[in-house]
Design a protein around this ligand. Structure first.
Ligand SMILES: *Cc1c(COP(=O)(O)O)cnc(C)c1O
Length: 376
């Protein structure tokens, strides 16, 4: 059986093999393996591309979140409002930074933090809002920008899944005080290991984050505060520099695949993600659809060798690691309904058209066999 993997990094790396190996070789021979000139060059490339003053390259998206939040210098225990429908790192980073996550439900159409729900969740201890641009769709940044300005709150973006997305020409990750990116291999711009970055226009915040990524070192072993080992490896920066100029082409190909899925699945019982808002360019990181019999759809695809995954099966407020927050089922109905019905299909630039059609064919076969009877 010809198996279609859910994700395939090796296809991308094969197509770039010569350039990647040259870049890695240069770093290895230079002897500068952590930070150094290649990482600085990547920080400059990225700042230019995003249109921000500063980029701080770190070891992962999680570290980008933790250091951004710590660099804000909020009073310990301050509340940060965020989405319960995201990867665990969004909320765990808030706790690791000595702050307290507060969940609010997501918008039923974008699946990102709902500005009205976020506002209702705010107590007197709230100091920041942390929306997530989920699967590439952007949260309503115009609304969050207004809310945070009105109330004097810090706005930090989890842009781990939205490299390349823009709203009114302004990149995801450049709307708030800090934008956090992940270059985990499955992301739109992926390294060959762990890497991440913080984007900001705030020089003090950038300086502070730079210090935190190297154990609070202000230079010459003067440790002015506690930090950690949160630096980007030069080899990852070199790899990312090879890939960065290709990202726009990949984003376009991803959009083309999403169009095919949409076209071929229209008129079926599958609920597709809502199209981009006016002015929004979506760099689709994941393509997820919904179906009430999601687990059977998943079985149906897997039996045919067609990869698929559930992002995310359990919303964060119901995760054991957050049980101390005292949340219960029913608190965030939109997130909970999504978790029980969502399924991600393969989506990467190297995915061949013939394989996309096999996936679509299998889904239509399921739809034909299980279709709700509709009145004429
Ligand atoms: C991937 C991801 C992260 C964490 O990034 P890592 O590089 O894996 O640490 C954070 N938030 C979201 C929404 C992500 O998808």
């Amino acid at each position: 059986m010809d198996v279609v993997p859910f994700f395939d990094l090796s296809a991308q790396h094969r197509s770039l093999a010569d350039d990647l190996l040259t870049a890695m070789r240069e770093v290895a021979l230079s002897g500068r393996c952590i930070l150094g000139p290649v990482v600085e060059a990547f920080e400059d490339d990225l700042a230019k591309r995003l249109g921000v003053e500063h980029v701080v390259a770190v070891g992962s998206g999680t570290e980008a979140l933790q250091l951004s939040l710590r660099a804000l210098d909020l009073e310990p225990g301050s509340e940060v409002v965020t989405s319960p429908f995201t990867f665990v790192a969004t909320a765990s980073s808030i706790v690791q930074a000595g702050l307290r996550p507060v969940f609010a439900d997501i918008d039923a159409s974008t699946w990102c933090l709902d500005p009205d729900a976020a506002t209702r969740a705010m107590s007197l201890r709230v100091r920041a809002v942390l929306p997530v641009h989920l699967f590439g769709r952007m949260a309503d940044m115009v609304a969050f920008d207004g809310i945070c300005r009105d109330r004097g709150l810090a706005l930090v973006e989890d842009a781990a899944q939205a490299f390349g997305s823009t709203l009114d020409g302004r990149a995801a990750g450049t709307w708030g005080a800090a934008g956090c990116f992940s270059f985990y291999p499955t992301k739109i711009l992926g390294a060959a290991g762990d890497a991440g970055a913080i984007a900001t226009d705030d020089e003090d915040l950038a300086e502070h984050a730079r210090r935190l990524r190297s154990h609070g070192d202000a230079g010459r072993f003067e440790h002015v505060e506690l930090g950690g080992t949160h630096r980007m490896d030069a080899i990852q920066a070199a790899i990312l520099r090879v890939k960065l100029p290709r990202v726009d082409r990949w984003v376009e190909r991803r959009a083309g695949i999403v169009e095919t899925y949409r076209r071929e699945l229209s008129g079926t019982d599958f609920v597709l993600p809502s199209p981009p808002s006016p002015g929004e360019r979506v760099a689709w990181n994941l393509f997820c659809l919904r179906h009430p019999r999601r687990d059977e759809v998943r079985e149906h695809l897997l039996r045919r060798g067609l990869g698929c995954e559930i992002y995310y099966p359990v919303p964060l407020h119901l995760q054991p690691c957050f049980s101390w927050m005292g949340c219960s089922r029913g608190m965030f109905p939109v997130a909970e309904a999504l978790a029980s019905s969502i399924l991600a299909l393969p989506l990467y630039p190297e995915l061949e058209d013939s394989r996309i059609l096999r996936i679509v064919h299998a889904l239509r076969e399921f739809d034909g066999a299980h279709r709700k009877r509709r009145l004429p």
